[in-house]
Design a protein around this ligand. Structure first.
Ligand code: PRP
Ligand code: ZN
Length: 299
């Protein structure tokens, strides 16, 4: 297949989304080899290549049609989008769907020794951030007049350097804040990984692969928490047992050879099955309970 027929996906080079993004593509069936420069992953069994880049560059690469798709945090997408709108033009990349990893939040954090009672305390303060547009919008909706100090990185040390009074930055585990004696006081934006695409229509072969990829992504996301559960149960307990099976609509009920009152129940549970559930099932009369991971699912 010639070069123009290969889907190009931009993925964060190093950071919180890198491993999950590559893992998602692998679960979608991709086998890849890394180029010498380590920046291109060449798809060996699918016409799909991965470009490893800085996450902040991903919306631009997709916007400019250098890449067809991008996997990037909603925080980056939203900041770019608001930036475009502020300059009077609409962003051209399209937001396709949220992916279930990379959860974090853009939050306001204040030094441990700074008292904080509510958003009003932000009036007149200097807030350091690399997300001026998202922060600006939040401040406007809260009707707060604060000074936004735009930095390109190392936001967490700005208060100590005297460049700002407090910060607005991404928080995931909270360890960066803790290490810098800051505490989180407001959530400005909830974020997670997203799939974005070029506004340019794709040639049919590429479009077909995109369609297949989207279906596979759905499949991967669906099975993540899913379990296949098998058990034996007295017929009389079926109602109670169905009620206990988390997120399963239509269990298969099979008669057991040589037993008039017992049946086998097989079900796909769309949620994780915890020990508590198993204990509940046993108490309801279930026996021979098996819980298996679901590897692939195609609705
Ligand atoms: C964010 C943020 C903090 C860190 C917080 O940076 O700027 O440094 O993550 O995470 P924690 O709460 O788990 O300590 P990120 O790694 O996303 O890099 P970037 O913003 O420069 O892309
Ligand atoms: Zn970044």
């Amino acid at each position: 297949m010639d070069k123009e027929q290969r889907l190009k996906v931009a993925v964060q080079k190093t950071g919180r989304l890198t491993d999950h993004s590559l893992d998602l593509l692998v679960r979608c069936g991709l086998k890849y080899s890394r180029g010498k420069d380590q920046l291109l992953c060449y798809g060996e069994n699918m016409p799909l290549d991965v470009l490893l880049v800085r996450d902040d560059d991903i919306p631009d690469l997709v916007q400019e049609d250098v890449c067809d798709l991008g996997i990037v945090g909603r925080n980056v997408v939203e900041e770019k989008r608001l930036g475009f709108l502020a300059r009077g033009h609409a962003p051209l990349f399209e937001e396709m769907q949220p992916l279930d990893f990379g959860r974090c939040r853009l939050a306001i954090a204040v030094p441990d020794d700074l008292p904080y009672r509510g958003p009003r305390d932000l009036n007149g303060r200097r807030i350091a951030t690399t997300y001026p547009h998202i922060l600006g919008r939040w401040l406007a909706t809260q009707e707060i007049a604060a000074e936004v100090v735009v930095l390109s990185g190392a936001v967490e040390i700005a208060p100590r350097l005297g460049r700002a009074d407090l910060i607005c930055d991404l928080v995931s585990t909270g360890s960066t804040l803790q290490a810098n004696h800051l505490r989180e006081v407001e959530t400005v934006l909830e974020s997670q990984a997203m799939l974005i695409r070029t506004p340019v229509p794709l040639p049919p072969a590429k479009d077909e692969w995109l369609r297949r990829l989207l279906l596979r992504i759905d499949g991967v996301q669906q099975v993540k928490e899913s379990k296949y559960i098998m058990l034996h149960a007295p017929r009389a307990a079926l109602g109670e047992i169905r009620r206990l099976l988390p997120g399963s609509e239509y269990p298969t009920v099979i008669p057991l050879e040589g037993s008039a009152d017992k049946v086998a129940v097989h079900a796909v549970c769309r949620e994780n099955v915890f020990w508590e559930t198993l204990e509940g099932l046993k108490a309801a009369g279930a026996s021979a309970v098996l819980v298996l991971p679901v590897e692939k699912m195609l609705a």
